[in-house]
Each structure stands twice: as C-alpha cells, then as structure tokens.
Design a protein around this ligand. Structure first.
Ligand SMILES: Nc1nc2c(ncn2[C@@H]2O[C@@H]3COP(=O)(O)O[C@H]3[C@H]2O)c(=O)[nH]1
Ligand SMILES: [Zn+2]
Length: 469
C-alpha cells in the first residue's frame, strides 16, 4: 500500500504479463492473502510480490526499462491499477455464492450455540429456515458447475498452462505445508500438470500436453460445488500423495506406472460426489445405492466416472499405453478408489499391519496394500496440515454434514418397523398429542385412558420410539 523503492513489489508487477501468476509474501517469507485487512508495509519491512509462474510468450522488458530506475514507471502504475481494481472486485463485492454460504455458516453457528437454551425436552430444532430445505433433486439442480463457470476456468487454465512454474513453487508443492487456500481452480490445474511433469509421466507414457489438459479440465468439471468433497479436496489429496511420493523417495522403490496409478487415483477419487455419504445413499435408497447394491455406492461411482472420462480419446491420458499397461492401471485405480470407503478402514489397516514386518517392494500384493494405505492417508490428511490450512477444511466438512441433515430423506424414514421421526415431526406430534388430550379431556370421554401413554424414549439422533400403546 505504500510505495517502497527498496522492495521489488512494483518491479515484479511491472515485469509480469497479464497471465502470470503472482503471489504476495510477508517480510517473513510466508504467502499472505490479498485482502482489505492487509497491514500496510513499510520500507523496512516490505511485502514481496513474486511472479511464481511467468508467461514465456510475454514481451521481455525493453532496454529503457533497465535504465537508471531499473523499472518502467508507467507500466508499473498501469499494472498496479489493474491489480487494485481486481482486489476491489474480489474483496469489495462479495460474490453472491460466497455471501450465501457465509450466511448459512453463520446461521448454523448461531443454531449450534443457542439450541440448548431454546430446547424444551432437549428436542427443539429451529426450522425457521425451512424454506431453504433442499428438495430430493437439489443436487441435480444446484451442485453441478455451470457451463459459464467451467468455460471461464478452462480459458484461464489454458492461458496459464504455457507458464513456466518457478522452482520455488515446484519445491513448495512437494511439502505437506502447502496452502491450497491461496490458489484458485485454474492455478490448481496448472499445479496438477506440474505434478504429472515432474514425476516424469509425460515423458515416460508419452502423454500429450493437450490430452492432459483436457483430462484435468474434465476432472475439474465433474467435481461438484459442494462444501467439502470438491475440486480443492481432490487437489489436497493429490498434493499430499505427491508430497509423500517425494518424501519417502518412492520413485526409487516403485515403477513409474505404480506412481501414475496412485496420483491419478487421488485425482479421481471423489469425482461427482454430491455431498451425501454412503449411509445416506443406502438409507434413502438412491439411484447409486440401487445401482451398486449398497456396496460402496459412492466409491464405485467415483471410479466409474473416472473411466467414463477416460473413455473419450481426447481425455485419455493413457491412450498411448499398451493394452497390458492399461489393464494394470485400471485394476490399480479401481483398487485405490474403492479403498477410500471408510467402512473398509480396519480391514485395510489390519492387512497392512500384518505385512509390515515382512514388507517387500517386489511383492505385488504388498505394493497394492501400500498404495491403498497411501491414498487413505492422503484422503484424511487435512488434520496433518498447518492449522490455518486444516481448520477451514473442518468447517467445510461440518457444513456438508449439516446439508445432509437438511435432506428430507434423512428426516423421515422407516426404522425397524417403527416410525423414525425427525425433530420437526416430533414437535408436531407433541402438539397434536396435547391437542388430542385437551379435546378428550374437554369432552370428558377417555379421561382415564390417556394418562398412561407407555414408554417414550429418545436417543441422541432425536428419534422417538412409541410403544404399541
Ligand atoms: N472428524 C473429521 N473427519 C474427517 C476429516 N477429514 C475427513 N474426514 C472424514 O473422513 C472421511 C473419509 O472419507 P470421505 O471422503 O468419504 O469422508 C471423510 C470425512 O467424513 C477431519 O479432518 N475430521
Ligand atoms: Zn476424499
């Protein structure tokens, strides 16, 4: 916010092309958010705006720019104005979707904090927001990405995909401290491209850059706009897998094809997740539960969508592989994605523990179990990240769970031959019951019979079991 002739804030901005990726660092060298709350910097402790990925096609700086000042003042001003405008648009006017999400999170927080005080018999549930209750087809209408949104991101991604990502970012990408919240979706796609390149997949399997880009775009498109299981989650899991591969030097222990299986499985592992878990799918007897006979409906679906994407030649990053290689990859990806069903957690973990003392990298079964463990580790690795990265993820997860609870199928279902009532239904039931009692008493007909209603018990998920009486 203050001009500082010492720092290279303006110099970087002046040198940057319109499609370059810039990141802002504080004096300690940590990436910081450009937001209205940003502290002003000073000549002694200045921010650094760095070009982390540069557009190779952009014009080099003219000779005069390298004059006495070391930078072109007018282009610097222009660039700065552009950036300021962007900040205003991004920070000043909150997009409707963010605003709506914030409102929902706030109301959820208030509800959580106040539910006990409002409760009578501990059953109260504020349904004042009943009109927001999604219909059973809610996800079909609103969770999918719009064509405009996809096109916008695709364009940005394609513009950026020719950028040369800096060595610092390439190294940072290998660390478990990587902060996903600093990168937008188009940039994330560039970073995924970097992973495929730096693990030598492009060269080893002769993957054409356009095919990889098209594949990544389709993957981006088929992750829904939901709070947790979205494209950013896909990236985090993939990034953790990538980090683990480098950290444990798996490149020297496993074939490149195994690494390709692991990374691609991570990329595809939650494709088309609608935000409702397997228990929900099974209880609500959804299309997925019916299709997969209640056996890991979600994971089977994620995997099926992955291969549906790969069926199209223009997306098929494995199209230059031999039939045998493709078969091996398909088998590996199916195993890895199906392993992310948490109901199989103990089974997989016990298997891993039993082979651990005799683990052998030349044994295919051992390697398969290791690959399953690594995707599982990556899938639930948010908690292992720095607090400022992990904490928002937990909020996202809670929001997704909360949305599930709002679904009508979740609220009303038959249970063990007894009706399983939602809080709202219980409340109504009580009102009806009391009115009936009053009417009965008023007419003095069944005075003695209504005094004993038999046992009524409640469990923690707010079910009510009425005895046959
Ligand atoms: N409590 C808690 N659960 C998590 C966290 N991260 C992931 N999970 C859960 O672990 C599950 C792993 O599989 P899913 O992706 O289906 O759904 C995930 C969440 O339900 C976390 O940070 N805290
Ligand atoms: Zn996941």
């Amino acid at each position: 916010k203050q001009k500082c002739t010492q720092c290279n804030l303006f110099r970087s901005a002046a040198e940057a092309g319109p499609h370059d990726i810039l990141k802002l660092y504080n004096p300690k060298g940590n990436i910081i958010n450009i937001s209205p709350g940003l502290e002003p910097n000073s000549p002694n402790s200045c921010y650094k705006l760095e070009v982390v990925a540069a557009d190779c096609n952009s014009e080099p700086l003219g000779a005069e720019l390298a004059g006495a000042l070391g930078f072109d003042l007018s282009s610097m001003e222009k660039r700065l104005q552009g950036l300021e405008k962007k900040i205003l648009i991004e920070a000043g006017e909150t997009p409707a979707v963010v605003y709506e999400m914030k409102k929902q999170v706030d109301s959820f927080q208030i509800k959580l904090e106040s539910v006990e005080h409002l409760s009578w018999l501990g059953l109260f549930k504020d349904l004042s927001e009943g009109t927001h209750k999604p219909s059973p087809f809610y996800h079909k209408r609103t969770l999918r990405k719009t064509r405009e949104e996809c096109e916008h991101v695709r364009e940005k991604f394609l513009q950026m995909s020719s950028l040369e990502v800096s060595e610092e970012v390439r190294q940072y990408l290998k660390t478990p401290t990587f902060d996903n919240w600093q990168w937008e979706d188009a940039e994330i796609m560039v970073l995924l491209q970097v992973m495929y390149t730096d693990l030598d997949f492009i060269a080893t399997f002769n993957i054409e850059p356009e095919v990889l880009q098209q594949f990544l775009f389709e993957v981006y498109r088929r992750y829904n706009n939901i709070p947790f299981h979205n494209f950013k989650h896909c990236f985090c899991v993939t990034q953790m897998m990538y980090g683990l591969i480098w950290l444990t030097d798996l490149r020297s222990k496993m074939d490149t094809i195994d690494l390709l299986i692991m990374l691609t499985s991570a990329v595809c592992h939650d494709l088309d997740h609608t935000g409702y878990n397997n228990a929900y799918q099974i209880n609500a007897r959804t299309e997925l539960a019916l299709r997969y006979n209640d056996i890991s409906p979600l994971e089977n679906h994620h995997c099926a969508v992955a291969f549906e994407i790969l069926e199209k030649t223009e997306n098929n990053v494995f199209r230059n592989l031999s039939m045998d290689q493709y078969k091996r990859i398909r088998e590996g990806i199916i195993k890895c994605i199906l392993a992310t069903d948490m109901t199989r957690h103990n089974e997989i973990l016990n298997k891993f523990k039993s082979i651990l003392p005799v683990f052998d990298f030349t044994n295919k079964d051992h390697k398969d179990v290791l690959m399953m463990i690594l995707i599982k580790v990556s899938d639930i690795s948010n908690e292992a990240r720095p607090m400022e990265v992990a904490e928002p993820w937990l909020d996202c997860l809670l929001q997704e769970f909360y949305n599930q609870v709002l679904m009508p199928e979740y609220q009303f279902q038959q249970y063990d031959g007894l009706f399983h009532f939602s809080c709202h239904d219980q409340y109504l039931l009580y009102v009806i019951f009391i009115v009936m009692c009053l009417v009965a008493i008023f007419f003095n007909k069944v005075k003695s019979e209504v005094t004993d209603v038999g046992p009524i018990s409640f469990n923690s998920s707010c079910s009510i079991y009425l005895s046959s009486e």
